[in-house]
Design a protein around this ligand. Structure first.
Ligand SMILES: [Zn+2]
Length: 313
């Protein structure tokens, strides 16, 4: 396998979907494995080792889970199904585990399943530039910049040094879809440089500070760079919006996840946003389109599961 073949294989994961939901399960398992590999020089991990940290990554950065019982074993899906050109999984006797086995924790634990990236893949990732390009590709294609930072911190990848190495070895085929120039400025202007949730409008001298243009439907998930798919948000509300703590209702009011918990007064100020209308954009600027509101509600907003589904554990 060459470097370009590895990156092409990672790029194909983009097409994976679970029903209509985005499916960042495999990218998150891979990013966790990259972190393990960078730290120890080996990507070998038993399911038992991987389950807790990888399930947590999927719960934190993936779409909302259907049932609480499913949350602890979300790592099972990518552990079983990650493409075998990248990944080798074996039981306690060294017998290969095929991708058609049940994706269930009890089964994987009983077999004492151990996975490892193929030697050719580890060989390529030993090069810092390739590791950087591989991690960047997964982060860019599945997440938002805010989440990329949080995921790297979680898996122990140093994003700054990765990007340094990455710029020395650009991704082939122009995988990265650039944001349209002027998009951020247009969005901030449409909302008069105010957070559309809390009204924050701080400046330093003449410069607005701590306020950002946020995609509602993520750029990486084909969200257009348009004012109708964007909000001006302060840095705090942008992060909470990308993480699914904050959402928007069909009538453009703020939703707060029922899973959000805070003790301090500052933390509880988030709860007070619930039901408040979003700031309306300036005249002749479009409000957020319902299509993108729906995308965010389904793919990102972390609400209490509507109903419990029976899960085989
Ligand atoms: Zn705000």
């Amino acid at each position: 396998m060459s470097r370009d073949e590895l990156l092409a294989s990672l790029a194909r994961l983009r097409q994976a979907r679970v029903g209509q939901l985005r499916a960042p399960h495999k990218p998150l398992l891979l990013l966790w494995l990259f972190g393990q590999f960078a730290a120890t020089g080996s990507s070998a991990a038993s399911y038992e080792q991987a389950e807790e940290p990888v399930s947590r990554l999927i719960n934190d950065f993936g779409p909302p889970v259907a049932a609480p019982a499913a949350a602890r074993q979300r790592a099972a899906m990518p552990f079983v199904h990650l493409e075998r050109e990248l990944w080798d999984v074996r039981d306690a006797h060294g017998k290969e585990i095929r991708p058609d086995v049940p994706e269930r924790r009890a089964w994987l634990l009983e077999k004492r399943a151990v996975g490892r990236l193929r030697p050719a893949v580890e060989g390529l990732l030993a090069d810092a530039g390739t590791l950087a390009a591989a991690a960047r590709l997964l982060l860019d294609e599945h997440f938002t910049p805010i989440l990329a930072d949080l995921i790297c911190a979680e898996v122990g990848l140093d994003l700054a040094s990765l990007d340094l190495a990455d710029s020395a070895a650009a991704v082939p085929g122009g995988q990265r879809r650039e944001r349209r120039r002027g998009f951020a400025e247009e969005v901030l202007r449409a909302y008069a440089y105010q957070c559309s949730m809390c009204g924050f409008d701080g400046t330093l001298g003449r410069q607005p500070v701590g306020i950002e243009a946020a995609h509602v439907q993520w750029h990486s998930q084909d969200g257009p760079d348009k004012v109708s798919n964007a909000l001006a948000l302060c840095a705090l509300h942008h992060a909470l919006f990308d993480l699914g703590v904050l959402g928007i209702s069909d009538d453009r009011r703020i939703r707060v996840s029922s899973l959000y918990v805070a003790r301090s007064e500052a933390g509880r100020a988030i709860d007070a946003l619930a039901g408040q209308p979003l700031l309306t954009p300036r005249p002749r600027q479009p409000a957020v389109d319902i299509i993108h509101i729906t995308w965010h509600a389904v793919q990102v907003f972390k609400d209490q599961p509507a109903s419990d589904v029976l899960i085989q554990a």
